[in-house]
Design a protein around this ligand. Sequence first.
Ligand code: HEM
Length: 170
Amino acid sequence: MADDSEDRSRDLTDPISQRLGYDDTESLVAVKGHPIHAMSVAFPVALTFCLFGADVLYWWTGDAFWARAAIWAAGTGFLFGMLAGFSGTAELLLVSGIRSRAPAWTHFIIAVTLLALLGANWGHRLSGYEQAVLPYGILLSALCVIVVSFTGWHGGKLVFDYRLGTSKGK
Ligand code: HEM
């Protein structure tokens, strides 16, 4: 009986892992082996947290400076996020071992959701940055913080658990 199931599990093969280039996971969008995506994601992550912080400080103090800081953080967070997204998408499409793995596509979907939220957050403020903060601006920023945390955590999983975009030290 046990032998039977061992035989059957030996016959089972994962068709995805049989694909040509499944083990090619090294970054191609890189400067001397340093992935551009990993270098660029720090900016949208930090700016998203700054955006929420500026909204909270505007709510607390009523000082227009913080509403102005928030619209800048939303705009630059969105634009730097797009840049990070381009390098990530290039990596996803060009590297066969990254393209074949479902978690890389999951990360793409979460990241695009984040970019849409950051873009909406910025657009919402363009017709009046002070009135935009309460309540919808700050609520959108809180949602952006949750989604960026998830995006960053999941991106880290791709690198540390799945070893995507890492060097094989050849
Ligand atoms: C929109 C399309 C995106 C795609 C297709 C994508 C794809 C990837 C891939 C393939 C990796 C593995 C490492 C590498 O190959 O460079 C990665 C890592 C990562 N991604 Fe993205 N990404 C996207 C956007 C974003 C955004 C907008 C953020 C954050 C704001 C982000 C945060 C991260 C982080 C933190 C890592 C781990 C980097 C490290 O620890 O070295 N990604 N991403």
